[in-house]
Design a protein around this ligand. Structure first.
Ligand code: ADP
Ligand code: ZN
Ligand code: ZN
Length: 732
């Protein structure tokens, strides 16, 4: 007897056994390879499972085994090393294997449809098209250009058409006139042409040599380069060598908003096929990019977090840009770190990986110090630009307007008068974070969360930034009916209002997730700013990520104090990264920049440290503190979270779990909790957590497995959900 053992995309941490589909011969069954997709009945429906192994026995009685419906692939669609990566990730993150497998595939394949034939979709001329007189399409030059391309080369791929600015609509029109027809092009695409590179400076050259010195086989490099030091130029030259070796490069970037900018730079350098993968794509676009990566027809794959699981026909290099960015960690369901998965992937596929950042995470720096990663540094800005100067601006006793002190207002004024650009950073969107009654002290709070409503005055709404609840902005206090409602605290809308009245003659751009929606909006803004016309940019974190604003010479952080007081153990690391990144937007071209930090605490040690030290120096200090406290990267964390409709049950569940595990866990494991989460109630659910700290990764892993096994065995009442988070980002 043969049994198909499958991973099924359900939140269950065990495999499922099925009989082979009816009609599949024993010989064909035996020949099936792990990783093929198998359509199976599950509950009252059907799902796509993934073959783990063929067994000759099952712990389930044969009469209770159901036959699978169909085997969908003759061969696995992804290679063995990627399957191995899934097994590693499922085990490391304690996530159900079937769900990890399904992150490999675009939707149509998860839903059990057929994979496109290997090769790249393209077009060729029909007989009619071949006979077309040369001037027949003179009224539509794009169509004529497409035909001309096909006269030179019998089959042209869609990506090649796109690189000539000939999109799907034009080809559709030609196909309707029966002049061209679709085809699938197999075999390798033309080699890539690399346009002239910049002349590297000495530091860049040293880095590139070190990177290429070990270019064959696995090696993890940490490229620490101050903002504007020319890391991207180093990536480009490294990619060029990878392409010349006939291999593909996978590049991860933190933000979908950065893709057009990155793409433009890559396209300016290479005539390569570049596949882009991010959350803003339609299913069809994603499927196309995925197939291009898998078949090898994409030379370069650029994507955000989940692109780390994209199959590659011939992987040669992985680059993680802005490796410190917290968006690489998925914060729900499968809580993986794309950076850490990438390092494992590079190891399994035996290719080099580069983690680049101006402000590397302490984790990566630690690996650099310990020699696990090769640590390369670019300490100077490329070209002629110099790094900006950081200064604290004491705002004690100062009157503030829109959050700005008089000193800052005049600095802004001066900068604009000199025809330069200003960037103001305020990490809070909306008008004000609190609506308060002046007469009785009532505060508008979200009914479902332990959180205040944010005032969004433009939309005339109160909105909860934690669960999305929104309601109309009140005109009266619901408790005492007073109409004296105050907007307390500061948000970007409020500062924008002030700026518009004070700097009425200058362009002002507010950049936050309310005002900028979609990549297009950000892209057109970046274009406008790059004209260099004087303007004020006011924005949240969205502004600080990777964009280049060469005309900005004044950067100000409006509310530095909000960064100074964070309860999380990563608070100071985040502040140092954020301030360095914000500062890095300034003075990139020939004018030097200034960075002003408005604060009530000009003597705060963390602030003084930031002002007197480089990020690298500060990071070294913070790393020593982590070592002393046993927190990551000196220790390893596992966080078990519960959410539950019942106020007490979550903590009771975790208490029970703790008792059950206590006997098995070694003395090297510390447990903290159960405790209510930092926000104890969110979206109507009560949240609690149990934190585990281990001195080494292995112990943390063993303990995590133990916790999961026990938690799985405990009955969960009151609709309790629990999740496990390995290497969590936020703890307190
Ligand atoms: P990073 O990625 O470290 O922020 P970039 O690669 O974007 O830095 O480089 C910053 C700026 O310096 C860009 O405008 C880039 O064109 C320029 N640049 C980079 N390397 C050189 C070089 N070797 N010579 C001259 N300009 C350079
Ligand atoms: Zn009141
Ligand atoms: Zn809420």
């Amino acid at each position: 007897m043969s049994v198909l053992r499958l991973a099924v995309p359900k939140p269950l941490r065990r495999p499922f056994d099925y009989l082979p589909p009816r009609g599949l011969s024993p010989a064909d069954t035996a020949a099936l390879r792990p990783g093929v997709r198998v359509r199976v009945p599950f509950g009252s429906g059907e799902v796509t499972g993934y073959l783990l192994s063929i067994e000759d026995d099952s712990s389930i009685a044969t009469k209770n085994l159901k036959p699978a419906l169909t085997v969908l692939d003759p061969e696995p669609l992804v290679d063995a090393s990627l399957l191995q990566l899934c097994h590693w990730a499922a085990d490391y993150y304690q996530h159900p294997l079937g769900e990890v497998y399904s992150t490999l595939f675009p939707r149509h394949l998860r839903e059990g449809r057929a994979s496109a034939p290997a090769g790249t979709p393209g077009f060729r001329l029909t007989t009619r098209g071949k006979g077309l007189p040369a001037d027949a399409l003179s009224r539509s030059p794009r169509q004529a250009q497409a035909i001309a391309l096909l006269r030179r080369q019998p089959e042209v791929s869609s990506p090649e058409f796109r690189s000539h600015n000939i999109g799907a609509a034009i080809l559709r029109k030609l196909a309707q006139q029966r002049l061209v027809e679709p085809c699938v092009i197999s075999g390798r695409l033309p080699t890539v042409e690399v346009k002239p590179a910049l002349r590297l400076n000495a530091e860049q050259r040293t880095a590139l040599e070190a990177l290429t010195g070990t270019a064959n086989g696995f090696c993890c490099h940490l490229l620490e380069g101050v903002t504007g030091s020319g890391k991207t130029e180093v990536y480009l030259q490294l990619i060029a060598r990878c392409l010349q070796g006939g291999k593909q490069t996978l590049v991860l970037i933190p933000e979908i908003g950065l893709t057009p900018q990155t793409l433009a730079r890559f396209k300016a350098r290479f005539t390569a096929n570049i596949a882009v993968l991010h959350s803003g794509l339609t299913d069809a676009q994603r499927a196309r990019a995925w197939e291009a990566a898998r078949s090898g027809s994409a030379h370069i794959v650029i994507g955000t977090r989940s692109a780390i699981f994209t199959p590659l026909a011939s992987p040669g290099l992985i680059i993680i840009d802005e490796e410190h960015d917290s968006s690489y960690k998925q914060q729900d369901r499968f809580r993986y770190s794309a950076r850490d998965v990438a390092v494992k992937r590079a190891q399994l596929q035996d290719c080099p990986i580069v983690l680049g950042s101006a402000t590397p995470s302490l984790e990566s720096l630690h690996n650099g110090v310990s020699g696990r990663y090769q640590h390369l540094r670019l300490t100077q800005r490329a070209g002629t630009a110099t790094l900006p100067e950081l200064r604290a601006l004491d705002i004690r006793k100062q009157s503030l307007q829109g959050g700005l002190s008089a000193a800052l207002v005049s600095a802004v004024d001066e900068t604009l008068q000199q025809q330069q650009q200003v960037l103001l950073f305020l990490n809070r969107r909306g008008y004000a974070p609190t609506l308060r009654c002046h007469d009785c002290g009532w505060i508008a709070e979200c009914p479902s969360c332990d959180a205040r409503f944010t005032v969004h005055r433009r939309q005339h709404r109160l909105r909860c930034h934690h669960c999305g609840t929104a309601k109309p902005l009140l005109a009266q206090c619901p408790r005492c009916h007073s109409e004296r409602l105050l907007f307390a605290g500061l948000g970007t809308e409020q500062t924008e209002d002030y700026l518009r009245s004070r700097f009425a003659n200058w362009p002002i751009h507010r950049v936050d997730s309310d005002s900028i929606q979609g990549r297009e909006a950000m892209q057109s803004l970046v274009r406008e700013i790059s004209t260099g016309e004087p303007c004020i940019l006011l924005g949240t974190q969205m502004l600080t990520k990777g964009h280049h604003f060469p005309g900005v010479t004044l950067v100000a952080v409006i509310d530095t104090d909000a960064l100074l007081f964070s309860a999380d153990f990563r608070g100071e690391e985040r502040m140092a990264q954020l301030l360095t990144q914000v500062a890095g937007r300034a003075g990139r071209a020939d004018q030097p920049g200034t960075v002003l930090l408005q604060t009530h605490y000009p003597d705060h040690p963390a602030l003084l440290a930031m002002l007197s030290q480089t990020y690298a120096q500060r990071a070294t200090q913070l790393l020593a503190l982590r070592q002393a406290s046993g927190m990551p990267p000196a220790g390893f964390l596992v966080l078990l979270r519960t959410d539950c409709a019942n106020a007490d049950y979550g903590e009771r569940f975790l208490q029970l779990l703790r008792q059950r595990c206590a006997g098995h866990l070694g003395p090297e494991i510390r447990l903290i909790g159960p405790l209510p989460s930092p926000m104890p109630r969110r979206a109507g659910k009560y949240r609690a957590q149990l934190l585990l700290i281990a001195a080494n990764r292995k112990d943390a892993q063993i303990a995590a497995r133990e916790l999961v096994a026990e938690a799985d065995a405990l009955p969960a009442r009151h609709g309790l959900n629990w999740t496990i988070d390995i290497d969590p980002q936020d703890v307190f």
